[in-house]
Design a protein around this ligand. Structure first.
Ligand code: 4AD
Ligand code: MG
Length: 459
């Protein structure tokens, strides 16, 4: 079906003036008078609609081509528009109905609640809100690749099915071909009979395999789906989410913090530059001051605070938190939100966490109590990045694995990296949906994923 993308017409209208053109799309608005009819047409290539003008005495309007949601093909002439909000419109010469849309189309209203739209994942993508959110998701993904590709990183594809647990948090989805079978005498016997001859799961992180690649290519990044059987039903956790995990050889904690800062500024600037219409819509309906907030992230320095100091700040806050604040305990969402929203008011790196609440692979600091790890927290969302220098010393890593009672045989390849030409190296994981929440103002992670998966939710 030969036709022109609406974005091409709206972006350079002059080159279309007084020329014949064919466009396809869905009717977003329709109104008519005695002699004239007007359609706002959207084909998904851009947020703004294209205005179609129909002189009813010259053009036959098929039954159904007057209803919101119907899909049509329009052939006509592009002309300069006299309406102050648009530069170009199409004078229709022929209107073809492609697909009728009956009046029970559930998303007719200009603004319908996000809660309601979540029940219609297959149709909500046709609203302005999700047109904006998912185009930003696409643009930021391209910017992420661009950032790394322009700086000599290799894009590494790490496995989805793994036999080891990177984060050690016990949130792994099991992968099995064995059905219900009460006959096995032990877990070992059951696992041995399974497809891989051992237990297998969906990866929670590509980091361990990413480190393998970094020890050959120096700088790599992964960008793919990761899975966590999160039991909590929050607005920030999904069971399936996309993670970007750079891994950098010859880099210590301060180096990776510098990279993470530059990277976040780069991808946010890309969204500001490439998605002005989308941000304006989200600012209008969802978050006042969104664009200024993002511009501040690009312009200002990020804050940095030691975990130990953060605990002091929380203790002195005089706030009544639900969860206890004590050195050695993890920061809960309410603590993170206090630090970002009330103390720093900008992105903040919390560094040097107690080693007992963090993962086995993190570099142990000289104090014997903390690790060279940092989380990047942002106002309104909380943690968007988990980051650390990796333990490059064979003996120290071995003792961390033993202390946690982990199965040594699962990590032999990983340990080999410390045996053969080990180097200081660091990396981080950015949750794509978390940064999208921050950039779009969506308060629920489910509104940044086309088909969100969470506990009890699989549409
Ligand atoms: O802090 P996490 O668990 O770190 C890692 O997985 C490391 N292996 C990363 C690395 O150093 N290569 O997760 C990283 C990020 C979090 O900061 C958060 O943005 C996101 O992944 N994340 C989730 N996003 C949505 N839903 C969930 N259930 C998430 N769990 C983590
Ligand atoms: Mg984390």
């Amino acid at each position: 079906m030969k036709h022109t993308d609406i974005i091409d017409i709206l972006q350079s209208p002059e080159s279309f003036f007084d020329k014949g053109v064919t466009v396809c799309g869905w009717i977003r608005l329709y109104r008519d008078s005695k002699n004239m009819a007007f359609m706002a047409l959207n084909d998904g290539t851009t947020l703004p609609h294209l205005q179609i003008v129909i002189n009813k005495s010259d053009v036959t309007l098929p039954e159904g081509a007057t209803r919101v949601g119907s899909s049509v093909k329009i052939t006509g002439k592009a002309v300069k528009s006299f309406n102050k909000n648009q530069t170009v419109e199409i004078n229709a010469e022929e209107v073809t109905l492609l697909g009728d849309c009956p009046l029970d189309y559930p998303i007719q209203k200009a603004k319908t609640s996000l809660d309601y739209l979540r029940t219609l994942p297959h149709l909500r993508v046709r609203t302005n809100t999700f047109n904006a959110v998912f185009r930003i998701r696409s643009k930021i993904s391209a910017a992420i690749h661009r950032y790394f590709q322009e700086r000599n990183y290799i894009y590494a594809h790490t496995p989805i099915i793994t036999g080891s647990d990177c984060e050690g948090a016990g949130k792994i989805f099991q992968v099995t071909t064995l059905g219900y079978a009460p006959g096995y005498k032990s877990l070992e016997e059951y696992n041995a009979a399974d497809f891989f001859g051992q237990s297998a799961g969906l990866t929670v992180s590509g980091q361990l395999e990413g480190e393998v690649m970094a020890m050959a290519f120096g700088k790599i990044y992964t960008f793919g789906p990761t899975f966590r059987a999160e039991n909590s039903n929050t607005t920030r956790h999904a069971a399936e989410f996309w993670q970007i995990e750079p891994e950098v050889a010859f880099a210590e904690l301060d180096d990776i913090i510098e990279i993470a800062t530059e990277f976040i500024k780069y991808i946010i600037k890309a969204v500001i530059d490439e998605c002005p219409d989308e941000l304006a819509l989200l600012e209008r309906f969802y978050e006042k001051g969104l664009v200024a907030k993002l511009q501040k992230v690009v312009d200002d320095e990020f804050a940095r605070v030691d975990y130990t100091e953060a605990i002091e700040i929380l203790k002195k806050s005089g706030k009544q938190f639900v969860y206890p604040v004590e050195w050695g305990l993890d920061l809960q969402t309410e603590h993170e939100r206090y630090l970002t929203d009330e103390v720093f008011n900008r992105p903040v790196f919390v560094v040097n966490y107690p080693k007992d609440i963090k993962s086995f692979y993190m570099k142990q600091n000289a104090d014997g109590k903390t690790v060279a790890a940092t989380d990047l927290l942002v106002p309104g969302v909380g943690e968007i990045i988990g980051c650390s220098e990796r333990e490059a010393d064979y003996e120290k890593l071995l003792s961390a694995i033993k202390e946690r009672g982990m199965k040594m045989s699962d990590y032999e390849n990983y340990m080999d990296l410390r045996k053969f030409g080990s180097v200081p190296h660091s990396g981080f994981g950015l949750g794509l949906e978390r940064i999208l929440m921050y950039v779009t103002g969506m308060g629920n992670i489910r509104d940044t994923i086309v088909f969100p998966r969470a506990k009890g939710e699989l549409r």
